[in-house]
Write a protein that binds this ligand. Structure first.
Ligand SMILES: [Zn+2]
Length: 304
């Protein structure tokens, strides 16, 4: 049986898995990303993974990487949260090393692909997915395909919403990420608490809100308002059938969904809302599965 290796390359963990042609995960390995910051260590680990998986007949490797990539050339321009990877031809390097076809995409785009094929958006043809975490990642799937440019497109988190706002991880100012990223939520909460709340994490702010604490509720209300306004714009542009929320902050989905929905209703064009659903992501290993689909799709296209 032909298999595909998918790699979900995150700032904290690198997860690798073998899937069959239908996206079923057969085997998985998880490695701490802190050991892989240097290129040599990263390449050696990929080689080691191939050793571990040598009994599967791997047809191709797909990688979801946390940054800006030329998808045609598999060339990394930069990874905002991992230093030392500017302007690097990862596809060519790995293909020479492994003797296998390699494909690269942005991590949120492959996450979206997996959720659209097998997860919360299965069967839908117009899908927007957001990964809510430290930053805001996004992907758009139209008729089962990632909406791509020459480079990894759909950097939804980096749509500027305020002309002269806070500095963003992308180097610009006032992006929507600076309003809904977990870093901002924590900062806002600490400010409201006058820094008396210790060093809270997003899940602490969620528990406090569920207990009815005023400051925590303000954080989620502001978050929902920003996210709802932003999504109203996305809805007007793309007319999605479904919006999928993934990433760590989506743990608060039940809390923010009604607020986000009410903001969307006030600001998006109403005919676009008739069939729209807001749902939480479903797959446990969407990053791996999507990356494996990326490899399979590209190989199928070559043959086709
Ligand atoms: Zn930005």
């Amino acid at each position: 049986m032909k298999t595909y290796l998918g790699i979900d390359w995150g700032g904290t963990f690198l997860k690798a898995g073998i899937t069959d042609g239908k996206g079923k995960l057969i085997r998985k390995e998880v490695i701490s990303s802190s050991q892989l910051k240097k290129k040599d260590a990263f390449l050696a680990k990929i080689k080691e993974l191939f050793g571990i998986f040598k009994n599967y007949s791997i047809a191709g490797l797909g990688i979801g990487a946390p940054g800006i990539i030329n998808v045609k050339q598999g060339f990394i321009y930069y990874l905002p949260n991992i230093d030392g990877w500017k302007n690097y031809p990862l596809k060519i390097t790995l293909e020479k090393m492994l003797g296998l076809p390699v494909f690269l995409e942005n991590d949120a785009n492959v996450f979206a692909l997996a959720e659209a094929r097998l997860g919360a958006a299965r069967g839908k043809s117009r899908v927007i997915l957001l990964t809510l975490g430290t930053g805001l990642g996004g992907g758009i799937i139209l008729d089962g395909k990632i909406l791509q440019g020459e480079n990894s497109a759909c950097e939804l988190g980096h749509i500027p919403v305020v002309l002269d706002g806070k500095k963003c991880s992308c180097g610009s100012k006032g992006c929507i990420e600076t309003f809904v990223g977990s870093k901002h939520l924590i900062e806002r909460y600490r400010k409201l608490k006058k820094k008396k709340g210790g060093e809270p994490q997003v899940h602490d702010i969620l528990s406090k809100a569920l207990e009815g604490e005023k400051e925590a509720l303000i954080v989620w209300e502001e978050f929902s308002y920003s996210l709802g306004r932003f999504l109203a714009g996305m809805i007007n542009v793309f007319n999605p059938e479904i919006i999928v929320f993934g990433g760590g902050v989506s743990g608060a989905f039940k809390l923010f969904k009604p607020l986000v929905w009410s903001v969307i209703k006030d600001h998006a064009m109403w005919p676009h809302l008739k069939k729209l659903q807001l749902v939480k992501a479903k797959l446990k290993d969407a990053g791996i599965i999507g990356a494996a689909f990326l490899a399979k799709d590209n190989l199928d296209d070559r043959r086709g």
